[in-house]
Design a protein around this ligand. Structure first.
Ligand SMILES: [Zn+2]
Length: 201
């Protein structure tokens, strides 16, 4: 499988900008604003979806309505994928999960309804031996929270999702060809865990 590369031009970027502001904007309206035809807009949107740049239309829910607090958790670990799975299975508020290879640290942005839930995070990491140096920062003020879109034409990577963890793959994927199907994983460990799961299921 080849790692495809595609080019985003000014029209693609404008389409992304319009849809990121309001994903219900019709293709007709987008075409009108950009001065291109409706089929052109349709074709562009299809291509943006196929290449993983456009990930669908999500409703924006304001978490302030629920009095939820935002916390940033950092955990030193060598195994971000296990940590990620445990967080996903145990806590409901995980919004973003980042990992720095350089610092061997995971940074997790999460929402908590009850600040005591934060103790659960400490306990979870400690009891399961998932990492060390857990630090939790609660966020009191948000000055900006928006999606970045490139301001000029740019080359894009096709994004792969791990068949086991369901998390995006950054860097080189581990590819398995089986029964004419192509499966993509983070690494050999994810692939082994996936086939173990399939056998048990
Ligand atoms: Zn994985």
């Amino acid at each position: 499988m080849k790692r495809l590369r595609k080019y985003l031009d000014a029209i693609d970027i404008e389409i992304l900008r319009i849809l990121s502001e309001d994903c219900r904007t019709t293709t007709k309206e987008i075409a009108k604003r950009l001065g291109v035809s409706v089929p052109v807009v349709r074709k562009r949107i299809k291509r943006l979806e196929a290449s993983g740049v456009l990930e669908g239309c999500k409703a924006k829910v304001n978490s302030d309505s629920f009095n939820a607090s935002t916390a940033i958790v950092s955990v030193k670990t060598d195994d971000p994928y296990t940590l990620y799975r445990v967080f996903e299975e145990t806590l409901s508020g995980v919004e973003k999960f980042y990992y720095s290879d350089n610092r061997k640290t995971a940074y997790i942005v999460m929402k908590v309804l009850d600040l005591r839930d934060i103790d659960k995070v400490f306990k979870l990491v400690e009891e399961k031996g998932l990492g060390a140096g857990v630090d939790i920062i609660t966020i009191d003020r948000v000055l900006k929270d928006s999606q970045w879109i490139p301001s000029q034409a740019t080359v894009v990577n096709i994004n792969y999702i791990c068949a086991f963890c369901k998390a995006p793959i950054v860097g080189k994927p581990y590819i398995v060809e089986i029964h004419g199907k192509t499966l993509v994983f983070h690494n050999e460990k994810c692939a082994e865990a996936y086939f173990r799961m399939i056998r048990l299921g």
